[in-house]
Each structure stands twice: as structure tokens, then as C-alpha cells.
Write a protein that binds this ligand. Structure first.
Ligand code: 0L1
Ligand code: MG
Length: 262
């Protein structure tokens, strides 16, 4: 690690305050170019601690940048992970308040809930499917705290991978009932189809994203406990939304998830 504890603390407060005030900031590596990967996750861990200390409840984990479309859109090259808390949850069909966000974008994701622990290294798709209780559709609303979504990978990890809101809905089903690679996804905004995708866009198979998460956590001596909710990453690019927009995402065999931006 290259940053000292006081700097990590200060950067966590800086980013979490920007999130709560819906105010954008410049990417933190501009001022701290020596920041390394461990520093980035240490800042994210501190943001998680700040939220839990304030009474938030951890609801799951997410993978980000797991599709080539997303990596290309953001000009970065590797998947990353973040945490989810109850403050981010909004109900299916409900309203998302634009006044609490900076420049939100929506992502269509397939989520897993585990029934057995997963621990890397060496975790693979087969392990994930054996440990999966059910899968369900999710829409993530990301909202980078960085001005104009301009960041590098370390800055975005520190910013909890742009996590802001998420909505689950549709139908929860056992993974073995579905062909998760071929599972089609249709994103509609204001009644028009704006994107289509398939499960295979996420690292070839959405379960590969969960395996990668278990392996990355394993490098830190951590595991994915049974009962963990995991969003596997957007199957397409992320799409910007504005006040007044209404979004519906349809998932083959899993129903749909919708929301309004007010
Ligand atoms: O969930 C995600 O894929 C977001 C990762 C962070 C990059 C971004 O803000 O697009
Ligand atoms: Mg996402």
C-alpha cells in the first residue's frame, strides 16, 4: 500500500460525502497518482464501514465491468467488485429520485443468490452453479461520483464501483432451469427498445462472474458466504437516464424489472 491510514480515511469520507450530497468530484488519482490496488479497495472498505456505522445493512456484492461492452464504454480492461447496502434498494416498479443522484445510468444484470459458501482460488462455473440457490433479474443504477464518469480503474474501485441504486424483481428461478448463456435481455426506455443482450455477454457465462468474485476475494483470504446476493455485471453498455424516464428490462424466462426516474 502506498497511502497512509489518514489519507485513506480522508478519501473515503471525501467520496462518501460526494455520494450523499450528489455532488461530483475529480478522480482521486489526480491528487494521489501513487495510489495502488490495495489502497483502492481499502478506501472502498472504509466507505462500507462508514455506511455500516451509520446503520446501513450489507445486502450483497456486485461485479462491475464484466462485459466487453462495458469495458469498451469505460475504456478499462478488468472486472472489479463492490458492495451493496439496503440504502441502494428500490422496489420493482418504483420511483428513483433524480435529486439524490448525479448522472445515473442503468445496467441490466443477472443476479445470483448462493446457498453454500464459495471460496477461491480455483472456483469455477461448476462450483458456482452447485452453490446457487436461485437466480433473479436485477437492474443496477450506477452513478459515478467522478465528473462526467471520467475515471481510472483504481479511482472507480475506491468509489465502490459507482454503486448507487438497484432494483430486483421478475421471477427467481433455479439456475438449472435456465440456459444462462443464451438468456436474452431487452432494455426499453420510454417504450422503445434501446438495447438487447444475452447472458453470455458477461464473461461468457454470468456464473463465471461469481467465480471470478470468489477468486478475487480468495486472494484476500475472504469467501462468499452462503446466502449472498451477487449482481454479475451489466450485459450491455450502461444507458443514461433523465427525470421523467421510465425503464423496463425484460429477461427471457425471468420476467421483467421496471422503474421510473422522478
Ligand atoms: O456496475 C458497474 O459495472 C459499474 C462499474 C464502474 C464503472 C462505471 O461507472 O461504469
Ligand atoms: Mg453494474
Amino acid at each position: 500500500m502506498n497511502l497512509n491510514a489518514a489519507t485513506l480515511d480522508a478519501l473515503a469520507v471525501h467520496l462518501e460525502t460526494a455520494e450523499r450530497q450528489a455532488r461530483d468530484v475529480v478522480k482521486i488519482t489526480d491528487e494521489h497518482p501513487q495510489m495502488d490496488w490495495e489502497d483502492a479497495y481499502a478506501i472502498q472498505d472504509r466507505i462500507r464501514a462508514l455506511k455500516l456505522a451509520r446503520g446501513s445493512r450489507l445486502t450483497g456484492l456486485k461485479m462491475g465491468l464484466t462485459s466487453f461492452a462495458k469495458m469498451k464504454q469505460m475504456g478499462v480492461e478488468a472486472p472489479i467488485w463492490g458492495f451493496l447496502v439496503d440504502d441502494y434498494v428500490r422496489p420493482d416498479g418504483g420511483a428513483i429520485e433524480m435529486g439524490t443522484l448525479i448522472h445515473p445510468k442503468v445496467e441490466a444484470e443477472i443476479a445470483f443468490v448462493t446457498k453454500a459458501p464459495l471460496r477461491g482460488p480455483g472456483c469455477h462455473i461448476g462450483d458456482v452453479l452447485a452453490a446457487t440457490d436461485f437466480v433473479l433479474p436485477a437492474v443496477e443504477v450506477i452513478d459515478s461520483r467522478y465528473r462526467d464518469f471520467r475515471f481510472d480503474l483504481k479511482s472507480v474501485i475506491a468509489d465502490n464501483c459507482s454503486s448507487a441504486r438497484y432494483v430486483t424483481g421478475g421471477v427467481a428461478r433455479p439456475a438449472e432451469e435456465l440456459d444462462l448463456r443464451a438468456l436474452g435481455i431487452v432494455i426499453e426506455k420510454n417504450g422503445e427498445v434501446i438495447a438487447t443482450g444475452a447472458g453470455a455477454a458477461v464473461l461468457g457465462h454470468p456464473a463465471a462472474s461469481v467465480a471470478m468474485l470468489a477468486n478475487m476475494l480468495g486472494e484476500r483470504g475472504q469467501e462468499l458466504p452462503a446466502g449472498t446476493f451477487i449482481m454479475t455485471g451489466g450485459a450491455t453498455e450502461a444507458y443514461a437516464v433523465e427525470r421523467g424516464d421510465s425503464v423496463v428490462v425484460r429477461y427471457q424466462g425471468l420476467g421483467s424489472v421496471s422503474m421510473r426516474f422522478v
